[in-house]
Design a protein around this ligand. Structure first.
Ligand code: NI
Length: 229
């Protein structure tokens, strides 16, 4: 399941974050690339421990924790601290799959179930730089407005096409979900969205109300079966 989540950050938050990010010292993205990715990764990155990365990362994590669409789609158990990358002058990242295991700052390891990219530049500020995600149904080309986020299964092959003009500034990070299977998570997401729709339609209709209660029970009982804590 690939889901776009709009307006994670406001225009003001984006403007503030960009001023901070643009003042920081960026380094070669190859430093954190794995054995296979080092050959295809060609971009700039902000070190995770950089004060600006920490500051803007906190802003993102706090926005995510109160975003209902993100929470219902990702069912997050752990979120890695957001990282940042910058592509200019023909930089790109060839087709790869993200590492399965990553380490949290406290040393615990998490499994990457979901990958996220949050855009900080508007699509018309740069040429190229599409995130291409290979899905079971074909490939999807993603280039979102600033402040919007794309959530996709970390099992997907993906790439960033060369940025031929301007600069593409994004945050990226990984999530271990309470529900490991993308298929089960998608079913829960569809059920949750339908229940919310029914709940809004329901107030005066007893049958709709009863169904909403019953389906909410089904949702929680599936989550009880599938969630890992
Ligand atoms: Ni990647």
């Amino acid at each position: 399941m690939i889901i776009e989540i709009p307006d994670i950050l406001s225009t003001e938050q984006i403007a503030h974050a960009r001023r901070r990010l643009e003042s920081a010292d960026w380094e070669d993205g190859k430093k954190t690339a794995g054995h296979q990715a080092v050959q295809t990764k060609n971009n700039q990155q902000l070190p995770t421990q950089h004060p600006v990365a920490k500051e803007v990362g906190q802003l993102i994590l706090s926005a995510l924790s109160s975003n209902p669409l993100f929470l219902t789609a990702a069912l997050p158990k752990e979120i890695l601290p957001p990282m940042f990358n910058l592509y200019t002058g023909n930089e790109s990242f060839g087709t790869h799959v993200d590492n399965a295991i990553r380490t949290l700052p406290d040393g615990r390891r998490i499994r990457t179930d979901l990958s996220c990219t949050l855009f900080f530049a508007e699509p018309d500020e740069y040429e190229g730089g599409e995130l291409i995600i290979e899905d079971t149904y074909g490939s999807k080309e993603v280039k979102l407005p600033a402040g919007h986020l794309i959530l996709y299964p970390s099992t997907s092959l993906h790439q960033v096409t060369p940025v031929t003009k301007g600069a593409r500034l994004c945050s990226f990070f990984w999530i271990q979900s309470m529900v490991r299977s993308d298929e089960q998570r998608s079913l829960l997401f569809d059920l949750d969205i339908s229940i919310q729709r029914l709940a809004q339609a329901g107030p005066d209709n007893q049958a709709v109300n009863d169904s909403t209660v019953q389906l909410t029970g089904v949702y929680h009982n599936l989550l009880r079966q599938w969630a890992e804590m």
